[in-house]
Ligand binder design. Structure first.
Ligand code: DP6
Length: 322
């Protein structure tokens, strides 16, 4: 009863920030993301009768912090498969963990994919999305390929996640400027709840979000990069405005993050097809057309405070390794 799966992190252009229901981790808003084929999480799950409890090893070290969420996902799968065995989960990322590179999204996507395969459970893609969501609100997106929409629905599940463009339908490059390898101080989960409770901008964020999502989807359908750039940067900066106006303030950026933002805006003004987005951490992700990738990489690499630059294209959803 063992299987291994590979999943890629994702980066949202139209951001998820805030939960409608904390217990089931239902996002308050939809989101639109890119699955990053260049970065990967590889997870092996083995169920065994002699284990007394679930065990989680991330990048070679036992991880107690994430274990309860992992167990919740595994419990749902065990229930579906009619199996009671505990599991040993071994996961490794080939990119910095916990620093705003969506390691939780790829981690839970790989976890549920490997666990479902190990249990040989007959689980639909929609159900797997819901189980991954228990782990992390952005994890269902890493189960899908290319450009991915997570939309809110009125039914009991509250959401539906699907690919709206395969990796080759609209090839985009994502260049990640790593400004620190340290894990962040405040988790997304904690930050979102704080924003919901304390930011005077939170309700405006929720109210204006559907229009951003509709506009971005339309630009993806029309392959209108220039307009998608404006809407995506707006969604990113609006999310950070909500975070910054929370009490206490959540400032996820470093000086290097701001320097990267300014460089990307200069490049776009000069006609280079590129825009930025930033999650709950100091790394900046530059999204560009493939012909601009090397220029964007070089421009970010020469900025002080940028410790590494990673290149990615769009990738596939989580898959088991044969
Ligand atoms: C800023 O999915 O990590 O990256 O659901 O609490 O696990 P939890 O949060 P998570 O939040 C992602 C937030 C974001 C924006 C985004 O990816 O949409």
């Amino acid at each position: 009863m063992q299987a291994t799966a590979i999943a890629h992190p994702n980066v949202a252009l139209i951001k998820y920030w805030g939960k409608q229901d904390v217990a089931t981790n239902l996002p308050a808003v939809g989101s639109l993301s890119l699955t990053l084929g260049g970065l990967a999480t590889r997870t092996t799950v083995s169920f065994a009768a002699d284990l007394e409890r679930d065990e989680l090893v991330i990048n070679g070290a036992l991880d107690a912090g994430a274990l309860s969420r992992v167990t919740r996902c595994l419990d749902m799968l065990r229930l579906r498969a009619g199996v009671e065995h505990r599991a040993r989960v071994t996961s490794a990322n080939d990119f910095p963990t916990g620093a705003g590179l969506a390691s939780s999204a790829s981690g839970y996507a790989a976890l549920v994919t490997a666990a479902a395969a190990a249990l040989q459970a007959d689980i639909s893609a929609d159900e797997l999305d819901l189980i991954a969501r228990i782990g992390s609100g952005s994890a269902p997106r890493s189960l899908h390929a290319g450009i991915v929409l997570l939309e809110k629905t009125a039914d009991v599940t509250g959401m539906k996640c699907r690919s709206v463009a395969a990796p080759d339908d609209w090839p985009l490059s994502v260049i990640v400027a790593v400004t620190t390898r340290q894990p962040k101080d405040v988790s997304s989960t904690g930050g979102m709840e704080s924003s919901r409770k304390t930011s005077p901008c939170y309700q405006a964020w929720v109210d204006t979000h559907p229009a951003d999502l509709t506009a971005a989807l339309d630009r993806v359908e029309r392959r209108d990069f220039e307009s998608l750039a404006e809407i995506s940067e707006h969604s990113c900066l609006k999310m950070h405005a909500v975070a910054m106006s929370s009490v206490p303030a959540l400032v996820y950026w470093s000086g290097a993050t701001v320097a990267c933002m300014q460089r990307i805006r200069e490049l776009r003004k000069a006609g280079v097809p590129v825009f930025f987005t930033i999650d709950a951490g100091p790394q900046l992700k530059a999204v560009c057309l493939p012909e601009a990738a090397s220029q964007v990489h070089e421009a970010l690499a020469e900025l002080p405070g940028v410790v590494d630059v990673l290149d990615s294209n769009l990738g596939y959803g989580a898959q088991t390794e044969s």
